[in-house]
Design a protein around this ligand. Structure first.
Ligand SMILES: Nc1nc2c([nH]c(=O)n2[C@H]2C[C@H](O)[C@@H](COP(=O)(O)OP(=O)(O)OP(=O)(O)O)O2)c(=O)[nH]1
Length: 138
């Protein structure tokens, strides 16, 4: 199988709090170094996207989340792999954020999310989220 054939399914959380949204910066040691993303990770075999998201947020940040609405998936081909993102709007149920993997986090109003240097697969996710905000569902 060539590297280009690798296709991963990844969950990600659009975490809302007090009208702001959490963005996380990948570390210099991770793939897509220093790009901004929504926290989450690869779905393990036998895991539902929601189970994956709960596990990843505990592992990466030490928080337990309430998972809300799912947004449309986003597929993107990077040079060496393809990813399908499964986004969910979430809120924090318990825990205090401690970064175990990311370089930084920032809380931004939805309309400022585009100011960061996002992983490319996230750009349509931000678009879907903003459309939903504008439609007044959030
Ligand atoms: N978590 C996350 N990953 C994203 C987003 N956008 C995007 O292109 N990706 C890419 C980056 C990574 O190549 C991949 C997720 O892999 P990862 O390495 O973060 O996942 P993981 O925590 O399960 O990894 P690992 O335990 O196997 O190291 O998806 C996003 O919004 N969130």
């Amino acid at each position: 199988m060539s590297a280009k054939a690798i296709h991963i399914n990844v969950t990600c959380a659009i975490i809302e709090q007090d009208g702001l949204v959490l963005a996380a910066q990948r570390s210099a040691a991770m793939s897509l170094p220093l790009k901004w993303e929504f926290p989450g990770g690869k779905i393990d075999p036998g895991e539902t996207p929601e189970e994956c998201l709960r596990r990843e947020l505990v592992e990466e940040m030490g928080i337990h989340v309430i998972i809300g609405k799912s947004l449309p998936t986003s597929m993107h081909h990077y040079p060496t792999f393809a990813v399908t993102l499964h986004p969910f709007v979430c809120s924090i149920n318990s825990g205090v954020i401690v970064l175990h993997e990311h370089a930084a986090i920032v809380w931004l109003p939805p309309e400022k999310l585009h100011t960061l240097d996002w992983a490319e697969a996230d750009v349509p996710v931000i678009g879907s989220y903003l459309a939903e905000c504008k439609a007044g569902f959030r």
